[in-house]
Design a protein around this ligand. Structure first.
Ligand SMILES: [Zn+2]
Length: 293
């Protein structure tokens, strides 16, 4: 390659032809995550080949993701967007997404096209004392748009939470880079199902058409209702994209490994039974993506 061609190629890449994926950035972010989460090792994080998105937190931390793309000659049954760490003090909601990525890394069969964001709110988790909100003190799960957000979300915050800082919805819908990025991601990836992980209510919640999984492991379906500005309200109620909200029982204690696998198998089974098949899948069995045998 001539120097001129190389320079041109660099220019094209720099102009945004492909998202930047600086290994050093991923390495540094994995180190920060591993220092914070006892359940996630630095090497484990690196091994997952996370990529840098165009998304950044308020403080400039990268929002990392991993894609498990379609497998050759197999039409995926659905596109699934899986998100952890919307709330920074829900440690287990990040760690379990890493464990599920490990399972997929070994068993991804192309049954689904996954896009996985283990930590949407890096500033909330990685500050000295983790907290629920982002660096602007906004509860990202109250910052998504809805009709009349300007009135409904602030009123709910005042009347129902007594202005608790933990539930501050922001000055306006999508005021935050993390929530804006997620909406762009939903528009771009066009998921058939969204799975969001939280803690510590110990149930499965669901918003959207039809009905949610009856159980995931030992967590049972229990509808918590929708909150103004929440992801369930925005994507599930308004856009009619099924949103499965996994509420782990403890924010600081991980489910046991067997339980983590059982929840995953139940999730894949529910997805298999509740997503429209785009074309017949020869020989596919529900749960195949995770079957360790
Ligand atoms: Zn939460």
């Amino acid at each position: 390659m001539s120097a001129q061609v190389a320079a041109l190629l660099l220019l094209v890449l720099a102009a945004g032809g492909a998202p930047a994926q600086p290994a050093a950035t991923v390495n540094a972010e994995c180190r920060r995550i591993a220092q914070k989460l006892a359940s996630v090792g630095h090497g484990e994080c690196l091994q997952l080949d996370l990529a840098v998105t165009r998304g950044e937190s308020v403080q400039g931390a990268p929002i990392l993701y991993r894609e498990f793309p379609p497998v050759a000659e197999r039409q995926p049954r659905a596109r699934v967007l899986l998100i952890g760490g919307i709330h920074g003090d829900e440690y287990s909601s990040v760690s379990i997404v890493f464990k599920w990525m490990n399972i997929l890394d070994t068993h991804h069969s192309g049954l689904f096209h996954w896009r996985i964001v283990p930590l949407l709110n890096p500033d909330g988790l990685l500050r000295e004392r983790a907290w629920r909100m982002n660096a602007n003190g906004v509860d990202l799960n109250r910052n998504f748009p809805m009709p009349d957000w300007e009135n409904v979300a602030p009123r709910y915050w005042v009347e129902q939470t007594d202005r608790s800082p933990r539930y501050f919805p922001g000055e306006r819908a999508l005021s935050e880079p993390e929530s804006r990025w997620l909406v762009d991601e939903i528009n771009g990836f066009s998921p058939d199902v969204i799975v969001a992980v939280h803690a510590p209510h110990g149930v499965v919640d669901y918003d959207g058409p039809r009905s949610g999984p009856r159980k995931l492991g030992r967590l049972y379906l229990s509808l918590l209702g929708t909150f103004p500005g929440s992801l369930g309200n925005y994507a599930g109620v308004q856009r009619r994209i099924p949103v499965v909200t996994v509420e782990l029982p403890y924010a600081g204690i991980m489910p046991k490994p067997g339980e983590i696998g059982e929840m995953w198998r139940d999730l894949v089974r529910w997805l298999s039974n509740n997503t429209p098949s785009r074309q017949p899948i020869a020989g596919a069995k529900p749960g195949q993506d995770t079957d360790p045998s």
